[in-house]
Design a binder for this molecule. Structure first.
Ligand code: 5HY
Length: 246
C-alpha cells in the first residue's frame, strides 16, 4: 500500500519529522511517500496562511495521484485544504486534526487540544464543531509557541506545551490531550509518560486510519460536496496543478 503524506507548509524538516512518525506506525506492507507544498507559507498559523497554502497542497495531491498513491494524509492540524483534496482525489484523504480528535474520543470522554498560537485556535474550534466533536472537546488551548519554534533545537517549546497540558488537566476536566500541530508529533510519547494520560498525535492517528480505509476498499463518496471538480474557465496563473519538473 502507498500512502502519500503531505505537509501543506513549505518546511521540509517538519515533513521529515512527520514522515518518521508515519513510518514508525505504518504496517509492514505500507510505504509512506512524504512531500511538502512547493508554493506557500513556511508555517500555517491562522486562516490567512491556511488559505494561501491550499493551491500548493492540491498540486502535491495531484502529483501523488499520478504517482500511484492509494490514500493521502494532510499533515497539518488545521486540516488545511481537506475538503478540496477530497474533491480532487479519488482516494481517501485524512486530515491529522480530524483523525486525532476522533481517536481521542475513543479513549476519553473529554479531551483538550493544545496547539501553538492563539491565532490558530478559531480554525481548530470550527473544525472540531464541524466534525461533531464540540461536546467532547473541553477546550482548545494555545501554548503560545510559534510553529517553527518546534523545529529549533533547544527552544523551550516542549516545556511550554507541557505546562499548558498541566493547566488543561487541572482546569478542563480533560482525560486526554491532543497535540494540535504536526510539528509536535515527536513529543507525544514523552508527554504521555510525563502527565500520565493519553496524548494523541494526529500524524500517527491519520496514518492508521488511512490504512484502515484502504484495507476496507473505502474512498470518498463523490455524490455531494466532494464530487470531482467540474471543468471551469480560468483567468490567471494556477498554482494548484503540479508543475512538470524541469
Ligand atoms: C500545523 N500549522 O500542524 C499547523 C498547526 C497550527 O504549519 N502545521 C502548521 O499552529 O495551526
Amino acid at each position: 500500500m502507498l500512502i502519500h503524506l503531505v505537509n501543506p507548509n513549505t518546511t521540509r524538516s517538519m515533513t521529515e519529522k512527520a514522515a518518521l512518525a508515519a513510518r514508525a506506525v505504518a504496517a509492514p506492507g505500507t510505504e509512506i511517500r512524504a512531500d511538502e507544498s512547493r508554493d506557500g507559507p513556511a508555517s500555517i498559523e491562522g486562516p490567512y496562511d491556511g488559505a494561501l497554502a491550499v493551491p500548493g497542497l492540491l498540486a502535491r495531491i495531484e502529483a501523488a495521484i499520478a504517482a500511484g498513491a492509494e490514500a493521502h494524509v494532510i499533515a497539518c492540524f488545521d486540516d488545511t485544504g481537506l475538503d478540496a483534496a477530497r474533491a480532487l482525489s479519488p482516494h481517501p484523504v485524512i486530515g491529522i486534526g480530524e483523525a486525532a480528535c476522533h481517536t481521542a474520543s475513543l479513549v476519553a470522554d473529554r479531551f483538550t487540544v493544545v496547539t501553538t498560537l492563539s491565532r490558530s485556535v478559531p480554525t481548530l474550534r470550527a473544525n472540531i464543531a464541524r466534525y461533531g466533536l464540540a461536546g467532547r472537546c473541553a477546550a482548545v488551548r494555545a501554548a503560545e509557541v510559534p510553529v517553527l519554534a518546534l523545529e529549533e533545537p533547544g527552544s523551550d517549546a516542549c516545556r511550554r506545551i507541557s505546562a499548558e497540558i498541566a493547566r488543561a488537566l487541572a482546569e478542563d476536566g480533560s482525560e486526554a490531550i491532543v497535540l494540535g500541530c504536526a510539528g509536535m508529533t515527536d513529543l507525544a510519547r514523552a508527554l504521555s509518560r510525563e502527565h500520565g494520560v493519553p496524548v494523541i498525535d494526529g500524524v500517527t492517528a491519520a496514518v492508521v486510519m488511512a490504512e484502515g480505509l484502504v484495507r476496507q476498499g473505502l474512498a470518498t463518496s463523490k455524490r455531494g460536496g466532494w464530487a470531482s471538480p467540474a471543468p471551469k474557465a480560468w483567468i490567471g496563473r494556477r498554482l494548484d496543478q503540479a508543475r512538470v519538473e524541469a
